[in-house]
Every structure is written in C-alpha cells, then in structure tokens.
Design a protein. Structure first.
Lengths: 389, 249
C-alpha cells in the first residue's frame, strides 16, 4: 500500500518553507499517520465523527492556530495552511472540523466579537473544550446567504431568534453556535449556547460525502438571547463573508493533501498492477494522467504558498482566495476522479482511500462558495460586471 | 535532575538515499533531515524523567554544522530546555564526537546522559559506549525501560533471546532502543516556545581536543539490487531448486 502521507515536492518547495513551518507540517503528518489513518475508514463507514481526536488536536495547537492571543498558537498563515493540508490528507471531514472550529466559529468571535466574548470563548475553543459551529446556510439560501430568512427581533433589552439553518458542520456536537440572522439594521451574528431553550438540532443522514463529519440542521424557535450574545462588530454580510474567506484559504491548502494522497495511491497502484503483461504505469494514457496530476498539484502548491505570503503580509484580496479555492478544489476533485478510474474495481472499495477522498471532495467543491460561484466572483473582478447580484 | 541528550542530524528514514557517483558520500540535495530516531526516543525518555520528577533540566547537545540548529530547535519544540551546538564544519569520526561530548559533559556536569543506541545513517553504535568509557561512568545500552530512584537507576535492556536488568549508580550513560517509548509530537505551542529557548554555540576549536580522524570512509556503495522472484511449476521443481540452486536443503 502506498505511503498515503508521502510528500509530493517536484519543485523543492520545501526550501521555501521555514523550519518552523516544516516542523508544524511534520507534527500534523505524524498525528494523521498514527491517529487518523488507522480508524478513518471505520468512521466514514459508520457515519461517525472521530470526536476522540479532539483533545489531542487541541493540545497540539491545531485550533485557531493562526490567531494571536487567547490561548491560540499564533502561527503564521503558511503553517496554518500546512495544518489543513496534512489533516485533509487524512480526511476532508477532519479538516472540516478544524476549519469550522478555527476559521468560521473562532474567527467570527475573534474578528467581530466583544473583548468579553473573546476572553470567554476563544481559550476554551482553542483547548477543544468548547466545540463551535457556524450557521449561515439555510434550506432555501445557499450561494445567496444575503437572502436568509432567519430573523432576530428586539425584545426588551434582548433578542428573540427564529429560523432554520441547514448543512451545518458540527451542528449537533457543538457547544456554541455562531448564527447569522437578519435584524432591522441588516445582518448580524449571535452566539447561541447549546441547551438554550428553543434551540434544537437534527442531524442530516444519508450522506455519501463527508461521512466522518457531522452535518446538522439548527432550529431556532423563539430563542431568547441577551444582548451580550450578539457579536457587536458584525454588521452586514461582510462579517460572515470574511469568515468564509478565512475558511476558503484553509480549504485551498487542505485539498492539496487529499489530491496528493490520491496521486500516490494511483502512482503506486499503476506501477504494480499489470495488464496485457505490462505495468499500467507503462502505458502512455496512464502516464498522461499521472503527469496531469503531478502538474496540477504542483501548481496548486505554488498558488497556496504565494497566497500564504500575501496573507501574512496583509495583502491578500478575497478574490485571490476565490481563485485558489476554485482552482485547487477543482483540481483535487478531478485528480480524485482520475485516481478512482485508474484503480479500476479497487477504486471503489475502502481498502484504498481514493473513493472516500473523491466523495468528500464533492462537498468541498460545493461548500464555502461553490465552484461556479467563485467563477462569478472572479468574473466580476476582472470585468467589473456582476453576473449574480 | 540534569540530563544531557546528544542528538544527531540524519536523513529522514523515508528519504531515498542516492550515493554520489564517486562513492565519496551521499547526495544531500533535496534530502529531508530529522533528529536521529533513536535520539528522539532518548529525548522523550529524558522529558518523561523530568516530568515524573516534577522538574529538572534537559539539555540537547549536537556536534555539527550550522544547519544542525534545525534539529535542535525541533528538540526544543518537543520540550528540551536548552541546546548546545558545538560547531564543527569538518567531518568527525565517532571517537572525535565522543571526545567532544566528554568535554561538554565535564563542563555541564549532568547526572545522566541518554543517547540513541546508534545513528540510522552510519549505524556505528559506538558513541554512547565510548563516552561512558571516557567518563568512567556505568553504561546501559539498548535500554527498553529506565527507572530512576534517587541516584539509583535500573535499566532493562534487550539482549539476544531475552531481557537483562542492570542496576547501577548515577551518573551514567544510557543508550535508547526502539521500544523504550514512543516520542511525542512537537506541539504548536511547543514550537512557539522553542523560539525563546537558549541555543548556545561553541566553536569546536575552542575545546582544544585532538579530533584528527582515526577512521577514513574509503567508499560507499549501494546494496546490490534484489533479483526478482521466479515461479516454479511444481513441488518437485521447488525442492529441486532449493537443493541445487539455493542450496538450503
Ligand atoms: C457537508 C456540508 C457541510 C456544510 N457545512 C456548512 C457549515 O458549517 N455552515 C454553513 O453555513 N454552510 C455549510 N454548508 C453549506 C454550503 O456552504 C452550501 O451548500 C453552499 O453554499 C451551496 O449552497 P446550496 O447547497 O444551497 O447550493 P445552491 O446555492 O442552490 O447552488 C446549487 C448550484 O447552483 C450553482 N449556482 C448558484 N448560484 C448561481 C448563479 N448565480 N449562477 C450560476 N450558478 C449558480 C452553484 O454553483 C451550484 O452548482 C455545508 C454543506 C455541506 C454539503
């Protein structure tokens, strides 16, 4: 069996990483090797999230790793990207957990919360003692979150929240839901703790993708909240969109891990597997696929490295993140499908990770801004004409 | 307790090693370097002893070039308190390395030295033993279990066909075997903390030691390529070739 976590470094990109960044990557890679790979297929088959890994991931500093203070590791954005890459070489569901905890839930509070909210929640979330989820999407509003129907109305000095969020990662295991809702002034965010009267969750089953990740519906029926449950700085759609930019940044790195794992599987498999008395890898058609994989992964790596440099220099534009998300997820999905094909019948069983990655990447292609929606964002950027607003 | 852990920088065991065309060494471009895995186990043991005792000082020691700082930083990120790099740009043989270490031990006065049983690059398996000899300290090699009570130490070591238990007084040199423990990961907070930890450099020339190599590597060669297996038609044929070709029966 292929070494699923083996590096793919055709251009000696390792030389462009600092030693700390390489250390972070190696730590996550070892963690995935020892703790994730042995059990991930079972979790995927059983539709369970490996919650037992959360304390160790927290101790190693994976949550909110690129945030400063509040018990977070304070790493740079390239190190953060490498964490996502290595986690997703294990499973996209595990990376989703880390993305949601860090870039969506923690970042919402970090960027738009009050000092008191930050002190109260962020250290506990970094420690993994408090699991977060991020509720933006609704049954009738996905790519167009601005159309959301969840509403909060003033009630004395507090609020009453009503509405339904759907497709929410970590929903039913979360201790704290970050929920975006409309108020008369526009869109804002609320922090709803588990157990608040009127707040219930329901898991979505029957998924063929992200089976090792929990996806739920959040239901709010006359949920009474104090005013200090509101994210005071979250004004308008900009607030949740800024979180999505953070998460998309991590996804752009993450999918490289999944693609790399598929590539190594396909390479090793086709070198071993003989048909018509020759290894499959000896045929031109197969080599063409392998070379396409190598090329696309390498290009994606370069995009991420540059994006990370820009982010560290505070010069990254959201459109650049859309570029990376669109390109990298597209390439990863394509590579997973190619690898699936190259493994023949073995490509459909969980003895190899390929089909799992392929199915997971279907979600990654859709969530955090679907592929075509990123196309429209980029189209608007270069033409000045918006095709979707 | 003061513990000294010598660590060596070696190629990652997963790296494919290429020998230079003239056989003088290995190609070092595009190699990933790591702490010698047995030294990592030694460090883990030192950290566990410190944690069990509720305090102490775990210092790393390397004898090598500037680039070796990286592995020392990794060790600091795992939890060592400080590191010493004896800067030596020339190649040194095991005897010279042991001499440098003995000198540093004399200055640092640790109560225990734990080192990997061998380095996975040259597999010499000599430095720990030489060091103990130079210091006149007890040595326990191939340790698979270490227990310390006051100045008394018990080490279980793996020997052919069983285990041997040694008891001795500290200070001593222990060399770590594979089954001693499973090293921890360098956590992200650990990596951040390592930034602020002391990494002292000492030029090897300042130690005034005779480091002239007694050993010369004449040439390196890759192992012969393994022949592919062959299918035989029948049990009779198998027995035949085992007898006539493999000569095992
Ligand atoms: C496993 C999983 C986990 C998720 N986790 C979360 C979470 O934690 N929090 C959260 O808030 N959401 C989450 N989501 C929801 C996700 O973000 C949405 O599914 C996504 O935004 C797409 O919305 P939609 O599914 O409603 O698709 P739609 O918006 O209905 O889109 C369907 C298709 O139409 C295309 N399309 C849409 N608009 C246009 C247009 N104007 N022009 C051309 N094509 C268009 C899209 O590209 C897509 O191909 C998750 C989804 C999944 C599957």
């Amino acid at each position: 069996m292929a070494d699923l976590l083996k590096d793919l470094d055709f251009f000696n990109l390792d030389e462009m990483l600092g030693h700390e960044e390489r250390m972070v990557r190696d730590t996550v890679r070892q963690f995935v090797q020892r703790e994730v790979l042995p059990t991930i297929e079972r979790h995927f088959a059983d539709e369970t999230f490996p919650k037992e890994l959360v304390p160790q991931m927290a101790e190693l500093g994976f949550f909110g790793a690129n945030l400063k203070g509040y018990g977070c590791a304070g790493m740079n954005n390239i190190a953060y990207g490498l964490i996502m890459q290595e986690l997703e070489a294990g499973d996209s569901g595990l990376r989703s957990f880390a993305s949601v905890q860090s870039a969506l839930a923690m970042y919402s509070i970090y960027a738009w919360g009050s000092e008191e909210q930050k002190r109260r929640y962020l250290p506990e979330m970094a420690k993994g003692k408090l699991i977060g989820c991020f509720g933006l999407t609704e049954p009738d509003h996905g790519s167009d979150p601005g159309g959301m129907e969840t509403r909060a109305r003033r009630d004395g000095d507090g609020w009453v929240l009503n509405g339904t969020k759907r497709w929410i990662t970590n929903g039913s295991i979360a201790d704290l839901a970050v929920v975006y809702a409309k108020v008369p002034e526009g869109i804002t965010g609320f922090l709803v703790e588990r157990g608040t009267p009127g707040f219930t969750t329901r898991d979505i089953h029957g998924k063929f993708s992200m089976r090792a990740s929990i996806t739920s519906e959040l239901i709010f029926e006359d949920v009474r909240l104090d005013d200090n449950a509101r994210l005071p700085e979250a004004r308008g759609l900009r607030a949740p969109l800024s979180c999505l930019t953070q998460a998309r940044y991590g996804i752009s790195w993450g999918v490289i891990g999944a693609a790399r794992s598929c590539y190594h599987c396909a390479l090793d498999y086709t070198k071993e597997r003989k048909q018509f008395a020759r290894p499959l890898a000896g045929y031109q058609l197969v080599q063409n696929k392998l070379v396409t994989m190598l090329t696309e992964i390498t290009k994606a790596q370069l995009v991420c490295l540059r994006l990370g440099q820009l982010k560290d220099a505070n010069k990254m534009r959201p459109e650049q993140v859309s570029f990376a998300k669109r390109n990298n997820v597209g390439m990863a999905l394509e590579i997973a499908r190619l690898a699936r094909d190259m493994l023949g019948a073995n490509g459909i069983v969980n003895e190899y990770p390929v089909i799992r990655h392929m199915l997971n990447l279907e979600t990654v292609n859709t969530y955090e801004g679907a592929f075509d929606v990123q196309t429209l964002v980029l189209g608007r950027d270069i033409t000045g004409l918006s095709a979707f607003e | 307790m003061k513990i000294l852990v010598p660590v060596k920088r070696v190629p990652d065991p997963a790296t494919t090693i290429r020998i230079l065309p003239d056989g003088s060494g290995i190609a070092t471009d595009n190699i990933k370097w790591v702490i010698n895995p047995f030294d990592e186990i030694a460090l883990e043991e030192a950290l566990r002893i410190k944690e069990k005792q509720g305090g102490g000082d775990v210092a790393l020691l390397s004898v090598g070039q500037q680039a070796w700082q990286e592995q020392l930083r990794t060790g600091l990120a795992m939890g060592a308190d400080r590191a010493i790099l004896v800067r030596a740009d020339q190649p040194l043989d095991t005897l010279a390395i042991a001499r440098v270490m003995a000198k540093i031990v004399g200055d640092e006065k640790p109560e225990l030295v734990i080192i990997g049983k061998q380095a996975i690059d040259d597999d010499s398996n000599q430095v720990g033993q030489m060091l103990a000899e130079m210091l006149g300290w007890p040595q326990a090699t191939f340790a698979s279990k270490v227990e310390i009570a006051g100045t008394k130490c018990t080490v279980v070591r793996e020997v052919d066909g069983g285990v041997e238990t040694l008891a001795f007084e500290l200070p001593a040199v222990i060399t770590a075997d594979l089954r001693l423990n499973e090293p921890r990961y360098a956590s992200l907070p650990g990596i951040m903390k390592a930034r602020k930890k002391e990494l002292k450099e000492i030029p090897v020339d300042s130690l005034g030691l005779d480091l002239a190599p007694k050993l010369k590597i004449k040439a390196l060669a890759a192992p012969a390529k393994r022949q592919a297996g062959r299918k035989v038609g029948s049990v009779e044929e198998l027995v035949g070739v085992l007898h006539s070709e493999a000569k095992v029966i």
